[in-house]
Design a protein around this ligand. Structure first.
Ligand code: ZN
Length: 142
């Protein structure tokens, strides 16, 4: 069942395609697998962060980006960071998957068995965190 969720996101990615305007753009690469993502964020006046991205790579990296978009597009930095932190801990088997926090991201739990693939699953989420931090530091500089 989890395999199907991942395959479905891979075949029908949500939110794929870069949009403008944006406050920050990052490009992250997972050299061990060849996955790449370009991710943009746009922060609104009320602190909600809109995401757009374009990517290529393995099915796990692409499914994970689609799941990330579903789960944290348009949320605050704090809410997005909570999801990223939870995913990291889940993939280290430190916490049980929480569907309220991760949504379909709980389907990535099985990736924890394959340490080489953990970076594939984390790529999009780490790119989001990097971009969101850059966008917020830009805002503070104004
Ligand atoms: Zn990969």
């Amino acid at each position: 069942m989890y395999q199907e969720i991942i395959l479905d996101h891979y075949k029908h990615p949500h939110g794929k395609g870069l949009t403008e305007p944006f406050d920050a753009e990052v490009h992250h690469v997972n050299p061990t697998c060849g996955d790449e993502i370009t991710l943009r964020v746009k922060t609104s006046a009320d602190g909600l962060i809109a995401i757009s991205y374009d990517n290529q790579g393995c099915s796990i990296s692409q499914a994970s980006a689609s799941i990330m978009f579903d789960q944290i597009n348009g949320v605050t930095f704090a809410a997005g960071e909570q999801a990223v932190d939870h995913l990291v801990l889940m993939l280290q088997r430190e916490v049980s998957p929480d569907e309220d926090i991760l949504g379909d991201g709980i389907a990535l739990e099985g990736v924890a068995q394959y340490p080489a693939r953990v970076k594939c699953a984390l790529l999009a989420w780490m790119a989001w965190k990097d971009a969101a931090i850059q966008a917020s530091s830009k805002g503070e500089a104004k």
